[in-house]
Design a protein around this ligand. Structure first.
Ligand SMILES: [Zn+2]
Length: 255
C-alpha cells in the first residue's frame, strides 16, 4: 500500500536558543489505539511517536501543549467546542473559542525570555529559569503533592527565594500552558462561571472518545478489502477514513 501522510509544522520555543521547527506526522491507528489515558505520560508517549524531534520527554510543558494544540488543529480544526454543565441550573451549554486566539492571548500577556539551552530561559531581569521536563515533573511527583512541588520549585529557579505563587506566575509568563480558567456564561440561565480548559486532557479525551469509531473503521476495512490489522493500523488516519467512506458509498450504491 502506498501511503502519503500529512504533516504539520510546529515551532518549539524551549528546545533550543532559536525556535525550532519540527514536524508532527499524521496519526495512524496504532497511535490512536495506544492512547489509554489523559495524563502527561500518555501525552509524552503520543508526541514521541508523532514528532520528528528530540525525546518528547525532554520538551517543556509549554512546548508539549503547543504540539497538542497543533495536533488538535490537524485533526479537528482550530475551534474548540466544549459542552459544559451549568453550576447553577445544571443545563448543558456549549463553550466555544479558537485555540490559536487563546495561544495569541497567552503569548501577548507573557514574556518571551531568552532561551540559552534546552528548557533554560533567562528573563528581562537576567533571572535564570529552568523549565522542568516531563521526567523531572514525574520524579518530583514521587515525593507527594506538597514536597514534590517544593522540589520542583527549587529546581526551577536558584536565583530568587522560592515563593511558590511568585514562581508559578513567572513560569506562566515565560512558558504559558494551555491550561487556563475561562469565563463562560450559561446560555439557559445566564450564570457566569469559570471553567477549566486544559489542552492535554481535552485532546487525549477526544482521542479516547473516538476509540470505538477507529475500531469500527478497522472492522469495515478488514471485512471489505481483506487487509490485515497491521496494514490498516499503519494507514494515515485521513486515508483510512476516506477508504471507509468509499466502502460505505459503494455498499449503499448496491442497496
Ligand atoms: Zn445555567
Amino acid at each position: 500500500m502506498i501511503t502519503h501522510a500529512r504533516t504539520e509544522r510546529i515551532a518549539l520555543r524551549h528546545a533550543a536558543p532559536a525556535p525550532r521547527l519540527v514536524r508532527l506526522r499524521e496519526l495512524q491507528g496504532h497511535d490512536e489505539l495506544a492512547v489509554d489515558g489523559v495524563d502527561t505520560r500518555t501525552a509524552v508517549q503520543l508526541l514521541g511517536r508523532l514528532l520528528d524531534a528530540d525525546e518528547a520527554a525532554d520538551l517543556s510543558a509549554s512546548d508539549r501543549d503547543a504540539a497538542l494544540a497543533a495536533l488538535h488543529r490537524a485533526l479537528w480544526g482550530d475551534r474548540i467546542v466544549a459542552t459544559l454543565r451549568c453550576a447553577a441550573c445544571e443545563a448543558m451549554f456549549d463553550l466555544s473559542f479558537e485555540l490559536s486566539a487563546l495561544q495569541r492571548q497567552l503569548g501577548q500577556a507573557g514574556e518571551a525570555g531568552r532561551v540559552s539551552a534546552p528548557r533554560e530561559v533567562e528573563d528581562a531581569q537576567g533571572v535564570h529559569w529552568h523549565l522542568p521536563s516531563a521526567d523531572e515533573e514525574d520524579a518530583a511527583a514521587q515525593f507527594g503533592l506538597e514536597a514534590g512541588r517544593a522540589r520542583l520549585l527549587a529546581q526551577v529557579c536558584a536565583d530568587v527565594p522560592a515563593d511558590a505563587q511568585a514562581v508559578s506566575a513567572r513560569l506562566e509568563a515565560l512558558a504559558p500552558l494551555l491550561d487556563v480558567d475561562l469565563d463562560a456564561e450559561c446560555t439557559e440561565c445566564g450564570h457566569a462561571q469559570r471553567v477549566r480548559f486544559d489542552v492535554q486532557s481535552f485532546v487525549l479525551q477526544r482521542l479516547l472518545d473516538e476509540r470505538d469509531s477507529v475500531l469500527g473503521e478497522v472492522h469495515a476495512l478488514a471485512s471489505g478489502y481483506g487487509w490485515s490489522l497491521q496494514e490498516i493500523l499503519s494507514l494515515p488516519r485521513s486515508l483510512r477514513r476516506s477508504q471507509v467512506q468509499r466502502l460505505t458509498a459503494a455498499a449503499s450504491a448496491f442497496r
